[in-house]
Design a protein around this ligand. Structure first.
Ligand code: DQA
Length: 148
């Protein structure tokens, strides 16, 4: 099983960015940890990050026929990107939306996710653990679909 993690704008700044919200764990450490977990879980994992909406759309489009699942943290685009929503709908690869912080317990403008409607579900508020939970959800879904 192949999973693609897509991180949106400013996620590369984890470790120095608003550490009281996002913790002081840096982006590279989180990526290393996810690669380790993926290995333990027996899945192949790629991680990409972009600060540009169109590039994220391209990553989603290019995932077709290459990946069995997408984990996406669209970051600020969560709250207004119809282009990312449409791309997720178009490829029909099972996707899970992840947020490090609990977006429902923050400013009102963060409470609405445009992109979650194109995903199987959303995990919000558990820090980097959210990505691992999302991997488990995608593996569970993949196995249940591929069981004879
Ligand atoms: C975030 C939440 C978003 O509202 C914010 O714009 C981010 C990070 C999170 O992971 O908690 O950049 O997606």
């Amino acid at each position: 099983m192949r999973i693609l993690v897509i991180n949106g704008p400013n996620i590369n700044l984890l470790g120095s960015r608003e550490t009281h919200i996002y913790s002081n764990m840096n982006y590279t450490t989180i990526c290393d940890l996810l690669h380790e977990k993926a290995k333990d879980m027996g899945v192949s994992l790629d991680i990409v990050q972009s600060n540009i909406e169109g590039e994220i759309v391209n990553y989603i489009q290019d995932a077709q026929n290459k990946y069995d699942g997408i984990i996406i943290n669209p970051a600020a685009y969560t709250h207004y990107s119809i282009a990312i929503y449409d791309a997720l709908k178009a490829v029909q690869i099972p996707a899970v939306e992840v947020h490090l912080s609990n977006i429902h317990a923050r400013e009102d403008f963060r409470k609405k996710s445009i992109t979650a409607g194109a995903c199987m579900g959303q995990i919000s508020g558990f820090g980097y653990l959210g990505y691992i939970l999302a991997m488990q959800a995608l593996i569970h879904d993949f196995k249940s679909k591929n069981r004879c």
